[in-house]
Design a protein around this ligand. Structure first.
Ligand SMILES: C[S@@+](CC[C@H](N)C(=O)[O-])C[C@H]1O[C@@H](n2cnc3c(N)ncnc32)[C@H](O)[C@@H]1O
Length: 273
């Protein structure tokens, strides 16, 4: 494999390859297992579609394809797939994605589709541009962007709103992010929002317009928590702002907000109960 600019390769705890971006000081994959992370945080929550007989002719949108663990894991676990659209800003990285030893069968599907798209289509651009132009609906949407502190552009309420326009009643949206601004942005769009829980810990978030498809929905205490400063959402009107602009705008909103802080909310809640 050729060198990847600024990217270091490491072996994660399940033996699969993980990447680390030196310039951004950010990991692409969990050190506990890149494959495991894809399965537990993204693909397993979609098994609710199997449970409800909604797993036929699936269309997947994979935002932030990277080297494609989420798409690969989805291919491995679902049989009836009509279409996978993958968005990734780093074309060079995605074009090497079949070289990371996932499995012979899956890697060859990815390699074939990079050269000759049939089932899987790649869009090498800022996901905001791609999503603005698309009027497709998907059964499953994955969002696996770098964390908001490093790259806020794919976590704004405006981007989440665009995502919800690509969902129908039974679509499932999955992301590893379970921070308060993201939960709030999802709830603002009338989605039922649930936690994915492993070993008593929240590991990711999934959401659907159909509340019957979402277990472990966030409770009233957590919903009330979203009326605090900590849950103020990221804004990116027009989907065209830089990370710094988005962060600065949110910081000033937090500073000027008359909402209570999270710790004030928790303290008052304890006084009431
Ligand atoms: C956490 S990694 C995703 C890992 C990926 N799902 C995988 O299995 O390898 C985030 C990815 O988002 C891509 N990215 C960053 N900003 C983006 C943007 N504005 N639009 C699309 N992709 C972006 C990065 O190049 C990186 O590959």
């Amino acid at each position: 494999m050729q060198n990847l600019d600024n990217i270091e390769i490491f072996i994660t705890q399940d033996g699969s390859i993980g990447l680390y971006d030196k310039a951004l000081d950010e990991i692409y994959h969990s050190k506990f297992g890149a494959k495991k992370e894809s399965f537990e945080k993204f693909v397993e929550p979609c098994f609710i579609l199997k449970k409800n007989g909604l797993d036929k002719n699936l269309k997947l949108l994979d935002i932030c394809f990277g080297i494609g663990y989420n798409t690969k894991c989805f291919l491995e676990n679902f049989e009836s797939i009509d279409l996978i659209d993958c968005i990734e800003i780093d074309e060079n990285l995605a074009k090497k994605s079949f070289e990371f030893n996932y499995s012979k069968k899956i890697d060859s599907i990815i390699e074939k589709n990079l050269k000759n798209p049939d089932l899987i289509h790649f869009y090498f651009d800022d996901a905001r541009n791609v999503i603005k132009k698309s009027d497709k609906k998907y059964d499953v949407i994955f969002l696996d962007a770098f964390c908001p502190h490093k790259q806020s552009v794919l976590w704004s309420e405006d981007f989440i709103f665009e995502i919800t326009k690509k969902m129908h009643q039974n679509s499932i949206f999955c992301t590893y992010n379970h921070s308060m601004p993201i939960l709030k942005a999802l709830l603002q769009n009338n989605l039922a929002v649930g936690h994915v829980i492993k070993e008593n810990k929240i590991i990711s978030t999934y959401a659907s317009f159909n509340s019957d498809l979402i277990e472990n929905q966030i409770n009233q205490y957590e919903k009330d928590m979203l009326n605090t400063k900590s849950a103020i959402t990221y804004k990116d009107k027009g989907l065209c702002h830089t990370h710094e602009e988005i962060i600065n705008y949110r910081n000033s909103e937090v500073q000027n907000s008359s909402l209570q802080t999270l710790s004030q909310y928790k303290k008052r809640h304890l006084e009431v109960v």
